[in-house]
Design a protein around this ligand. Structure first.
Ligand SMILES: [Mg+2]
Length: 353
C-alpha cells in the first residue's frame, strides 16, 4: 500500500511555490512586467496619483487557523487592504503579497489561501504583481501591499471634517465583534466540555451565528460606495472601520482637529445582531462602538449633503446612517437618547492585549 505524503513548502521549495502562485495570476494592460522579474512595472493612468497601503496578518494575533478556513483567510487578507484604498476614495489596482509559511504546513492550505486571495482580487479587479515567500518558524504570516490610483481632487483624507458636519457610517456595526464572541465562546465550551452553542436550531428560530461569524471571517470592502461618495464631492473625511467606529472616528477627529458627539441609539445594528443579543439585559453597544473588523466606511459631510449621500450609497446597494455630529471641542463623546453620557467600555480592538 502506498502512502501519499502531503505536499509542504519543503517538498516544492520557494521557487516551486512562486511558480505555483504565478500560474493562477491574471494579467492586465496596466501591468507592463508582472511576477518573474526583479520588480514589477506598472503604468499609472494619466492624471492619477498613486495610493499605497500595507497590512500584516499574523496567526494568533489577527486570525486563528482553527477558525479561519484558508480560502476565507485569503479573501480577507486582500479585502482589508482593498478597504484601505477605498477609504481614501481610491481605485484599488495592484497588490504585492508576502507569505511566511511554516515548513510543515500542507501545501493544500496555501493553495486554498491563494484561491481565496485571487477570487477577491478578481472580484475587485486587483492584480497580483509580485511578493515574497519565506519559511516561518512560528505561524503563518501574511503581508499585503496594495496600490491604487485616483485623481488628486477626488482623494478623501481623514483630515477634512469640520464642526457641525454629520458623522455617517455605512451598513451595520458590531457584527464582526459579535461573531468573534460567538467563536470564542464556542472554543471555551469545547475546552471546558460544556454544551456547544446550537449551530442549527430547530423550532423555526433563526440562527444568526453564520451571518455574524461570516462578517468577521469574510468581510466585504465597500469599494463602490466609497468611490461614489468620493466622486460626489459631498464628503469631507473618510476612514474604514477596522478598529471600531469610536477608535476610527477618533482618527478622523484627531487628524481634523475636531471632536464628535455620537448618538448611541443611532448606531446601525443588524437584525442578526439584535436577535442574537435580545436575551441580554442591555444591548451590548460596546461591540458596536469598539468592536473591530466591520470594514464599513465612516465619513463626515455637511448637512446640506444628506439626500445626496443617501442616494449615492443606495445605488451601491447599501445604507448609510447618520450617527452623530462633528464638534469643535476636541472631545469625543457618546450620548444616550436623553443626552446623558454613555461611558464606553473600551476604545477599539487593541492588538497588543
Ligand atoms: Mg484603514
Amino acid at each position: 500500500m502506498t502512502h501519499k505524503l502531503p505536499y509542504t513548502l519543503s517538498t516544492i521549495g520557494e521557487f516551486g511555490l512562486i511558480s505555483r502562485i504565478a500560474a493562477g495570476v491574471s494579467g492586465h494592460e496596466s501591468i507592463i512586467t508582472g511576477i518573474g522579474d526583479d520588480a514589477a512595472v506598472t503604468a499609472i493612468s494619466a492624471g492619477m496619483q498613486l495610493l499605497t497601503s500595507t497590512d500584516m496578518l499574523l496567526e494568533d494575533v489577527h486570525f486563528r487557523r482553527s477558525w479561519h478556513l484558508p480560502y476565507c483567510l485569503g479573501r480577507k487578507s486582500l479585502a482589508v487592504s482593498i478597504s484601505d484604498i477605498a477609504a481614501m476614495g481610491g481605485i484599488p489596482r495592484w497588490a504585492l503579497l508576502s507569505l511566511a509559511i511554516p515548513p510543515k504546513l500542507p501545501l493544500e492550505f496555501v493553495d486554498d489561501f491563494m484561491r481565496g486571495f485571487l477570487a477577491m482580487a478578481s472580484e475587485y479587479q486587483v492584480f497580483l504583481i509580485g511578493g515574497d515567500t519565506c519559511s516561518s518558524r512560528s505561524g503563518f504570516t501574511v503581508s499585503v501591499t496594495i496600490m491604487g490610483e485616483q485623481k488628486p481632487g477626488i482623494i478623501v483624507r481623514r483630515s477634512g471634517a469640520v464642526p457641525d458636519d454629520d458623522i455617517w457610517v455605512t451598513g451595520t456595526v458590531g457584527d464582526a465583534a459579535l461573531g468573534l464572541k460567538i467563536l470564542e465562546d464556542a472554543d471555551i465550551a469545547s475546552l471546558t466540555g460544556s454544551k456547544q452553542p446550537k449551530q442549527s436550531p430547530s423550532n423555526g428560530i433563526v440562527d444568526d451565528s453564520p451571518f455574524l461569524i461570516n462578517r468577521l471571517l469574510d468581510p466585504t470592502p465597500r469599494v463602490s460606495a466609497a468611490l461614489a461618495l468620493a466622486e460626489s464631492a459631498a464628503i469631507t473625511a473618510m476612514i474604514d472601520v477596522s478598529d471600531g467606529i469610536l477608535a476610527d472616528y477618533g482618527h478622523i477627529a484627531e487628524q481634523s482637529g475636531v471632536g464628535g458627539c455620537v448618538q448611541l441609539d443611532d448606531l446601525p445594528l443588524s437584525a442578526s445582531f439584535r436577535r442574537h443579543t435580545a436575551h441580554l439585559p442591555v444591548i451590548p453597544y460596546h461591540m458596536a462602538l469598539s468592536g473591530g473588523e466591520d470594514y464599513e466606511l465612516c465619513f463626515t459631510a455637511h448637512r446640506s449633503s444628506r439626500e445626496k449621500i443617501v442616494d449615492c450609497v443606495k445605488k451601491c446597494g447599501i445604507a448609510a446612517t447618520r450617527i452623530g455630529i462633528v464638534t469643535s471641542s476636541p472631545e469625543l463623546k457618546v450620548v444616550n437618547r436623553d443626552g446623558s453620557r454613555y461611558t464606553a467600555q473600551t476604545e477599539g480592538f487593541n492588538h497588543f492585549i
